[in-house]
Design a protein around this ligand. Structure first.
Ligand code: GLN
Length: 312
């Protein structure tokens, strides 16, 4: 509402600075060497509503790579390409309780499919399901889809991050070989990983994430243009995964404390939304022990409590 937007505009800058104090208690991800260059005390947020009104605070203009946030949208694209049945023949629907890059549960599920599309094994499987003749064509389709959702043609890869991930991604490579061995992925491992590493390295800012989130907040329709970009059913599936596994092993805690569908990435980005109202993009590269932006989660918790945003 108009009134809530006005209160947000007044409160957000102060609240952001309070949350920013928490950045010193977290850590910037370094297992992808290029990500270690992110600034520890950065924090920015961008909120967009359906009328085209926006509120922003802090370092909302800084570029960062989508990382795991991209998994939500490659899942949606794979669903649009092949439908629900084909996608969930290859990937499950359950949270793991393990780290996002864990191999542990891979062996336990019948018939050997990854638990869900938001852990790395599941997302690598999803990358293999994107339609296209070759990795270039698949990646190009992903990029064009993301540009459309963010209403920004300028979005592109951060090639330094892409190369850094390709060089250091031995664990992802071993997950992919395991999936290949079990017949879950059909294409050559390197082709699948190229698509996966590329979509993880797509660079955005908070405004881009907020626009993408806005489409999910309005069940697949871009409220600014009125165009349906995603079938409603696939948004429903994506948002359900965001609630159950979007914030890694802190998804339950986040559902209790914030109560909104959200997806985080190791670059410190968080995409979340207040369904029917706002799309929210946030970045804070300093991560808590569970791998989520430490200051970002703090800020979202405060906002959700103040404005009673929890869905539950
Ligand atoms: N590209 C990262 C990886 O594969 C994505 C992980 C993440 O954001 N949690 O490790």
């Amino acid at each position: 509402s108009q009134e809530q937007m006005e209160r947000l505009t007044t409160l957000l800058p102060d609240w952001l600075e309070t949350s920013r104090l928490h950045t010193s208690q977290g850590k910037v991800a370094s297992y992808i060497p290029e990500l270690a260059k992110s600034s520890q005390d950065a924090l920015g947020i961008f909120i967009a509503d359906s009328q085209g009104k926006v509120i922003s605070a802090g370092d909302c203009g800084i570029p960062f790579t989508m990382q795991s946030i991209s998994k939500v949208f490659t899942l949606i694209l794979a669903l649009m390409d092949h439908g629900e049945e084909a996608v969930f023949f290859n990937v499950g629907k359950e949270p793991t309780g393990d780290d996002f890059d864990s191999m542990i549960k891979l062996e336990l599920v019948e018939p050997g499919i990854p638990f869900n599309p938001l852990i790395n094994a599941g997302a690598i499987t999803v990358s293999s399901l994107i339609s296209g003749e070759n990795p270039q064509e698949k990646s190009e389709r992903v990029l064009q889809f993301f540009r459309k959702l963010a209403a920004n043609d300028k979005i592109d890869y951060n090639l330094a991050v892409y190369e850094s991930e390709t060089e250091s991604g031995h664990l992802n490579r071993s997950l992919a070989y395991f999936l290949k061995q079990n017949g879950i992925i059909k294409d050559p491992v390197d082709d699948v990983l190229e698509v996966y590493f590329r979509h993880c390295s797509i660079e955005v800012n908070c405004a881009d994430l907020a626009r993408m989130a806005l489409v999910l907040a309005f069940d697949g329709v871009d409220p600014c243009s009125g165009e349906e970009l995603i079938p409603r059913r696939y948004v429903q599936i994506a948002k359900t995964f965001m609630i159950t596994c979007g914030m890694y092993n802190a998804s339950g805690e986040f559902a209790i404390d914030v109560g909104l569908p959200a997806k985080s990435g190791v670059s410190g980005g968080i995409l979340t939304m207040v369904p029917g109202q706002y799309g929210i993009g946030l970045v804070g590269p300093s991560l808590n022990k569970r791998g989520n932006s430490i200051a970002g989660v703090h800020l979202l918790e405060r906002l959700s409590k103040e404005f009673d945003w929890s869905l539950f």
